[in-house]
Write a protein that binds this ligand. Structure first.
Ligand code: PMP
Length: 410
């Protein structure tokens, strides 16, 4: 067991940056006014929120007026989808991909039941969508194309600018879930970018949970999802989560100053982990493209291993990772992302997502490699079905059949 817990689950959530926490502290004290109040107390809070808006707008290279603060990306994705469809009432087709987050997929699947036609683009073995498939599917009936910038499980990056250009050729609106891109890739929403809506979430880049931002391009149609107040220029009702917003603003400010350095560091740590694991573990595959990939993410498939057992043993060893997406952990459903990529079932079961952050240290990576490789070895030795190709001599025909059935069904 490592002495200090090692956190390698940064696509689930991140450590709040000390700078973000410090920026919030005055809001626990003198700056407690309601930002909508016209008196001095309220105006102080308003001032902090508008500073945050400027920082977030700078991170995305857009206008501050194009930022709508909300509770996070689940709300942002829901809002963008409904706003786009409302803006194109005569069109009844939505295009997305099979590897989107549930906050997009479940919404469009719900809309499908109420009369929309939905196309979920396929991905190839490396997790890439095919722009030709998008060109074939899109038509004058397509209201919205919604694609993630980078996948939360594999880190695979989508060609969003090219996809946006295709959407524009057909007059469709384009929404991008950029939750995993923020702080890890450059996002540039200058006027030429074909993106109408884009979602980010503060807790994924060292802010606090429960605060996000939705970019809505100046001329894009908009419909508030949450109504009953004039807040956020009439675009999102409810007293602002001032603490979450201020923390997100400070975290964005930090990225505006230092993102290039953070990216370099994350890549170094992730690559160190990847090469260490490949050197020490047999039967390990890397899921997803290794070039078009976020600098912090490694999705590793330990063949013939039960991912839940691996996760539990890693947790006992003080190493935090997740299998597939966090919301899937605890369930035996294989990851919809890896399934869409046709990852062999023998590897889906033992697929684990390792995600570093700018705070990850090389000593942590080295300790994690030692622990993980030891645990993988032990698990394979313990299981009569583990590592079947090497241990098949010791298995009865019945055991081998059971093994095959297990890895071929779930
Ligand atoms: N989209 C993606 C790609 C995500 O990874 C997540 C968080 N797991 C979300 C949306 C939802 O974000 P939030 O936690 O802010 O609701």
């Amino acid at each position: 067991m490592t002495e200090r817990p090692i956190y390698l689950d940064n696509n689930s959530t991140t450590f709040p940056a000390p700078e973000a926490v410090e920026a919030v502290l005055p809001l626990f004290g003198e700056i407690y006014g309601n930002p909508s109040s016209t008196h001095g107390f309220g105006q102080k809070a308003r001032h902090e929120i508008e500073l945050a808006r400027e920082n977030v707008a700078k991170l995305l290279n857009c206008k501050p007026a194009e930022i709508v603060f909300n509770s996070g990306a689940t709300e942002g994705n829901n809002t963008a989808i409904y706003a786009a469809l409302d803006g194109m009432p005569e069109r009844k087709h939505i295009i997305t991909s099979r590897t989107e987050h549930a906050s997009v997929l479940e919404v469009v699947r719900y809309l499908e039941q109420s009369g929309y036609r939905v196309t979920e683009l396929n991905v190839d073995r490396l997790g890439h969508i095919d722009l030709d498939e998008l060109k074939n599917e899109i038509s004058g009936d397509t209201a919205l194309v919604s694609l993630m910038w980078a996948n939360n499980e594999t880190g695979v990056i989508n060609p969003v600018n090219a996809a946006g250009d295709i959407a524009k050729q057909f007059g469709a609106l384009f929404h991008v879930d950029a939750v995993q891109a923020a702080g890890k890739l450059k996002i540039d929403l200058t006027e030429e970018a074909a993106i109408d809506y884009l979602t980010i979430s503060g807790h994924k880049f060292h802010g606090l949970k429960g605060a996000g931002a939705l970019f809505v391009r100046e001329k894009a149609p908009f419909l508030p999802l949450i109504r009953g107040g004039h807040h956020e220029n009439g675009r999102r009702a409810g007293t602002e989560n001032a603490m979450g917003i201020v923390a997100m603003g400070a975290a964005a400010g930090l990225l505006n100053r230092e993102m290039a350095r953070h990216i370099e560091h994350m890549k170094l740590m992730r690559d160190r982990l990847q090469s260490g694991l490949l050197a020490k573990c047999e039967d390990l595959i890397i899921n997803g493209d290794q070039q078009d990939r976020l600098p912090n993410t490694l999705n590793a498939g330990f063949k013939f291993i039960d991912g839940e057992a691996l996760l539990m043993m890693l947790d006992a060893a003080n190493i935090a990772v997740s299998a597939g997406s966090a919301c899937r952990s605890g369930s035996l459903e294989p990851s919809h992302v890896l399934k869409a990529m046709n990852v062999p079932l023998s590897a889906i079961h033992g697929s684990v997502r390792f995600c570093v952050s700018r705070y990850t240290e090389s000593e942590e990576i080295d300790a994690a490699i030692e622990q993980i490789s030891g645990i993988v070895k032990r698990l394979r030795e313990m299981s009569p079905f583990g590592h079947a190709e090497q241990h098949s001599n010791g298995l009865s025909a019945e055991q081998l059949e059971k093994h095959k059935a297990y890895f071929a069904t779930a």
